[in-house]
Design a protein around this ligand. Sequence first.
Ligand code: NAD
Length: 365
Amino acid sequence: MPEVSRRQFLASTAAAMAAPFISTSSTRARAQESGKLGVAICGLGKLSTDQIAPALMKTRHCRLAGIVTGTPAKAEAWKAKYGIPAGNVYSYDTMDRMADNPDIDLVYVVTPNALHAQHTIQAAQAGKHVFCEKPLEISVERCQQMIDACRNAGRLLGTAYRCQYDPHHLECIRLVREEVFGKPTILQAGFAIDVGVADQWRLKRALAGGGALMDVGIYALQATRYLTGEEPIAVSAQQTSTDPVKFAEVDESVVWTTRFPSGVVAYCSTSYKAGRIQNLRVNAERGWFELDPAFFYGGNHGRRSDGKEIRYPEIDLFAAEMDDFARCIIERKPTRVPGEEGLRDVRIMQAIYESVRTGKTVSLA
Ligand code: NAD
């Protein structure tokens, strides 16, 4: 190839391959050296302790390199348990100092919902990639600020939607895409938990942004979107509360219906108190399939109208999502769960709350 056209070819290839974020050569070199990216967990609560840290031990492309916590006793316990060096321990106020720490490549934000923007932006400004728990934040505006901060820093932002890595959910997506039972007609999805004691951030609007819908209803909403592959065009919703004292600030139970451009409708439910709701069902032209339980950390399985089961060997969903995100950073690929995906759900949840308030169908078209 002549030199000029070779240079043109290389320049145009580089432009075509430019990812929306920068995987620095030093990040790739370190990952190649150790085979793993250094992850700092921000917020050492229940999910971090019981799920994320143990899952990190099972990943191929990540290692637990650091922590961010406001509790010195937790810092000591985690340092001892996971061999974290003192120099990789940060408080929420000192996260900017991560900028000088090449041992940390990405920050996994696992704090209460309304702190996600603050911690994501701090991490991005320190030059770190960010993987953030759901919901991405409590308003569309804050989600956008997080997306902008990561984009401006040239870093990747991911939303921790673990169900997008569950083989049971992936099989349901395949059944819809390949129209194994024909086109879908009506979807049903619901997720309820018992939220527990009254004195916790999940029941405070300023920290949670909302109640059952923001916390677990989001899984039902997400599922209706990735199953159809469509964005809802209208939503209508109602809420009910049997304990207005405990649920004075956030929703206890919400039911909603969404309409999609193809004509598919979904009816969904969520609650902090309604007992067991754990299902995802697709009715289609020539049959149906469902998962129940659908949204647990493990043990999800289901069945189809032709008598077949939907059941796969157990995997650690947290390890799977972390590994995939790390691979995207190393290989400079977009993630299937970008910040924009988290923002879309927050926008729809805001519309669901608007419908509850106004009693009217809210257009999303
Ligand atoms: P948690 O209450 O157990 O932990 C929250 C952590 O944030 C604690 O370590 C707490 O000390 C810290 N924190 C920092 N500032 C705080 C403040 N001002 N008020 C209260 N706590 C503060 O909560 P969790 O269950 O670990 O949830 C954390 C995040 O993870 C939430 O966004 C939640 O939606 C999400 N989550 C996701 C899943 C999932 O399956 N992906 C499951 C549970 C929780």
